[in-house]
Design a protein around this ligand. Sequence first.
Ligand code: C5P
Length: 224
Amino acid sequence: PSIAAVIPAAGVGKRMQADRPKQYLRLHGKTILEHSVKPLLAIEAVKQLYLALSPDDPYFAATSLTSRQLIRVDGGAERVNSVLNALMQIDAEQMPWVLVHDAARPLVRVEDIEQLISRCLAVGHGGILATPVRDTMKRGQTLVTHTVERNELWHALTPQFFPTVLLRQSIAAALAAGVTITDEASAMEWAGEPVLLVEGHSDNLKITRPADLQLAAFYLEQNR
Ligand code: C5P
């Protein structure tokens, strides 16, 4: 099937303490956004890429991203609103499946995205890239109340891959119900839809704090 990709890139990235949103910081001569877009466009089945940008974004025009597969939409107040704005534009008959990927994850591998797509298509429902939690996990405020069983804990990464119509309906319904949505999967879970965990590489990090940029540069220099 043909696949649409959505990249929410309308955030301001306050935690980076930089002069511009983190997706426009440079990593090896290119913006983080350019790194994040590239592996998605390398997937043959990805026929359209929707980019949610702030309406007054002054940085996008200076990037090399002019591919005719890119469709610009306005971002919203939160990540989920940016994603929903893009989903509303997709013709689901032409693009029955959608990949949603953070603009701030420049290191995702094409092979991991291909795994996610093929595993989900094989089971016939959506899923996410994830990595197993390796630290011992505690719950508590000041004192530990208990140790959380780690065997079943995963870090949710992106991309996340779902049937277009189901994802659009689930996000809209979850928002209307006032549910907090931090990734696409949480809307699908809330709607009772299955979400497959597909193990990806843990170096697919999200650039959040200044040190993450140095770590990402280090990973890029490795022969991955
Ligand atoms: O801030 P955080 O790392 O959670 O943002 C994840 C992604 O969501 C980033 O790519 C950011 O640009 C995007 N985002 C958005 N619209 C918002 C807030 C965040 O597209 N209102």
